[in-house]
Design a binder for this molecule. Structure first.
Ligand code: ATP
Ligand code: MG
Length: 182
């Protein structure tokens, strides 16, 4: 009998949401599972982890990472309406790809990195994401990352972790470090 897949959310303002998802992705891959990582914001997956995932994928094709953000970051509705509309369009195309991949039933684990940001900034709705979670293939494990996870998704998830910032080197003026932040 197929095991019911789980939904995990890594949220909160502390560091570690994306890298914890990547750690789980590597763990799943090491168990022979098929893993897809879709990033909603380009740049959150920096060079180091891209290289690492590609190296693993080249061994057996069981792990893949795709950047769907096209270089934009979200600033919300405060930015100029034209830029907002363009980013929203891109985010919705990214979302369409996520729906296709989820419903393909080709994967054991899919990571939607920074999808919570896309919802927070009004690029897609929590209801759309909740709908996909409910209609996904039963065996599929899903990880959603990003600050500001909406209550509707927290309610649906099985495991929710809130990263709590105690301190961050950035507050001392230390810039992003190779091997730590990218
Ligand atoms: P990571 O990718 O390291 O797991 P994350 O996914 O939890 O971090 P994001 O909110 O996606 O964090 O932010 C990405 C970057 O911002 C990370 O490189 C991280 O070090 C940095 N960052 C996270 N939290 C803080 C913070 N409280 N203050 C300053 N920088 C932060
Ligand atoms: Mg992140």
């Amino acid at each position: 009998m197929t095991q019911q897949g789980l939904v995990l959310i890594n949220t909160g303002n502390g560091k570690g949401k994306t890298t914890a998802a990547l750690g789980t992705a590597v763990r799943a891959w090491g168990n022979g599972q098929k893993v897809l990582i879709l990033q909603f914001i380009k740049g959150s997956w920096k060079y180091g982890e891209l290289e690492a995932v590609r190296a693993l994928g080249s061994l057996n094709g069981n792990i893949e990472i795709r950047s769907m953000g096209d270089g934009f970051v979200f600033h919300g509705r405060k930015e100029d309406p034209e830029a907002f509309a363009r980013k929203k369009q891109l985010a919705q195309e990214a979302w369409a790809a996520a729906v296709r991949e989820v419903m393909s039933d080709a994967w054991d684990l899919i990571v939607l990195d920074e999808v919570n940001y896309a919802i927070h900034f009004g690029m897609l709705t929590a209801e759309e994401v909740a709908g996909l979670i409910r209609s996904r293939p039963a065996r599929l494990n899903l990880i959603l990352t990003g600050r500001y996870a909406p209550e509707a998704l927290i309610d649906l998830a099985d495991t929710v972790t809130e990263m709590k910032p105690v301190k961050h080197a950035f507050e001392k003026g230390i810039r992003a470090r190779k091997g730590i932040e990218f």
